[in-house]
Design a binder for this molecule. Structure first.
Ligand code: 3PG
Length: 209
């Protein structure tokens, strides 16, 4: 679905990107993020546990909006939608994947890293794009530089965004939200440090756009 109403993204300034190795961590992780004020999460499809983790969060923590990230091919769209994903995120978006995301019954945030890719996705009808990997691809200066030539496209930068630079990204008028793993890094999830995750979520949730 084209993200004409980017509801999942405007709920919070920061979308935690999480990689879950053990399904048992999914619900405490989602609760920890919610306790810190972050009600949107992107669960990456990078582990065998990912889709079961999505199902567990949707069943047990209904106040959290669950996106599925690292969607690489049309079959991932099918699996994510079957698991109940509220929205879909891709790191990059070849044409076949763009079509599958547009045809999906939930909103999508397709990834791009160049002006040409952004234009192709905008022509497809996607008004909000993931800018990935934001840091290596040009970061804040890139987003500033494209604001005038691409006035109708807004971005969710992800990849190299962290607690030190998130505010600089969020200050840009073409940035709707930022994403990143710094709020709930894999080591913190593995260590069961849910209090630390809540503390970082609280700081992230307080950032202003
Ligand atoms: C993503 O998929 O968006 C990234 O892996 C998150 O990047 P980060 O780990 O640099 O925050």
């Amino acid at each position: 679905m084209l993200l004409s109403d980017p509801t999942p993204l405007i709920a919070v300034p920061v979308i935690p990107v999480v990689t879950i190795e053990r399904v048992a961590d999914a619900v405490p992780l989602a609760r920890a993020l919610l306790a810190g004020g972050l009600s949107v999460v992107e669960v990456t499809l990078r582990t065998p546990a990912a889709l079961d983790a999505v199902r567990a969060i949707l069943a047990e923590v209904p106040d959290v909006i669950v996106g599925v990230g690292t969607v690489l091919r049309p079959l991932d769209v099918t699996h994510a939608v079957d698991a109940g994903a509220d929205f879909l995120v891709s790191p990059g978006t070849p044409e076949g994947l763009a079509q599958a995301l547009a045809d999906a019954p939930v909103p999508a945030l397709p990834g791009c890293a160049t002006v040409s890719e952004a234009l192709a996705l905008a022509a497809f009808g996607f008004p909000v794009l993931k800018f990935f990997p934001a840091g290596p691809s040009g970061g804040v200066p890139w987003l500033k530089a494209v604001a005038e030539p691409l006035p109708d496209i807004r971005f969710c930068p992800t990849g190299g965004v962290n607690g030190d630079n998130a505010a600089a990204y969020l200050a840009l008028r073409n940035v709707l939200a930022v994403g990143g793993s710094w709020v709930a890094p894999a080591q913190a999830i593995a260590a069961g440090d849910f209090a630390g995750i809540t503390a970082r979520a609280r700081v992230a949730a307080a950032l202003r756009r």
